[in-house]
Design a protein around this ligand. Sequence first.
Ligand code: SF4
Length: 475
Amino acid sequence: MGILARLRALERATRPYDPEFVAAMARRWAELPDAVRTPGQIIGQHGVGCEGTHGVFPRCNLKCTPCYHSRDANQVRVDGPHSREQVAAQMRLLRILRGPRAHAQLIGGEVSLLPPDDHAAALEIMHAQGREPMSFTHGDFDYDHLERLALRDDGERRFARLSFAAHFDKFMYGRRGIERPPGELALNPYRKRFADMFARLRREHGVRYFLAHNMTVTPGNLDEIADVVRECRTMGYGMFSFQPAAFLGDERRWKEPYREATADAVWAEIGRGAGRPLGYGVFQNGDVRCNRTAYGFYAGRRWYPFLEEDDPRDLAVRDAFFRYFGKVSFTGTPPAVLAAKMARVVARHPSTVVIAVRWLARTAGRVGVPRLVRNRFRVRPVTFVMHRFMDAEVVGPAWEMMRRGEPAGEPALREAQERLAACQYSMAHPEDGTVVPACVQHAVLDPAENAQLRTLLPLVEVRAPSVRRPDGQEE
Ligand code: SF4
């Protein structure tokens, strides 16, 4: 390639805005209910929302209470070719309907039950469709599995970066070494062990990573949240996500009056762990009754938000971010290319430099220079999230009415319809070309889907050959 052709290719690759991504965001914005088209709404202003797979590997080898998968899920065989084929079909549809870039969760049962090559193939398929994948796991696997996922047979890196969300809470039974955790803190060595595997992978093979820590919250562990945040904040997790338990999925595993752990109570406990109340008014992902998010960073032991929700100057920074950088797709863009795109935006809009410098000075002032110096100006970005699934008993009827075009009159069903209409977490159905909220997937569609998969991919019972004992009995 000649120099001119190279320069042209470079110019194209670093264009700040991809018209297809911009159009996909505009579509999403237009679909949102008026009530959630707020100045801080991320959907339609800096992304299209999150996506997830379903029915691609339904089985899991731990037992959680509650479990959002239907009762048949554990009767379905893990099957690499099925996973690859389904992931490909679902991602293709998401690419068509939701545009060229999005975060997508490789989720279903337990991802580490897939052989590493099949897991890697699924991630490659997701990348090929412009999805930035995150693998969901209970975290109970060994370094060997992670290394085989990250590297090819010849030892070359398959991925420059891996993202995992690891679920740890004391209502998960069967984890190796701690079958029935007595409390959340007893799980900390396991949380650390998981994060340490990625630090080792980076050290030994240069694979970068992002880790999210997921935890289901019930009245039974509500008052342990703060300790988990405090004690795990330096382990390497870039996100702590809490899911108040819902009456969803396998009803045999519903054990407590879940809704007593209210959204406000859970959020207050996360804030107690972070050392300050957390605002969730700066940015929204869909409907705040579903999602609360606080973006910020640790400087030493203290957490600070990037933007204070009660400071109009910070809200103006948010607005400027959406105006100038909102249409730049950060998702899946290599750091150097992203930096070049942003530099081109800055060159076009030099006022962004002034906004950024003032924000930086204000934020440094909040943290305090002595603290920054003590920590050698090192800060660790950490996001706090609460995602609150809805109960199956409201999702089912609310969804049925939506399909008939009927607005609900009953307040609980109306709330469910509003939240479903603003859903931030979607799953694709290639068989009929639709995309549905994950609540609908789990509450309405999973049971029939898993019953079908159970027939398609039955568990194969492997029986050891019988041995005749000296007494003549077989064992
Ligand atoms: S999956 Fe359910 S709880 Fe989550 S954003 Fe969508 S509607 Fe809200």
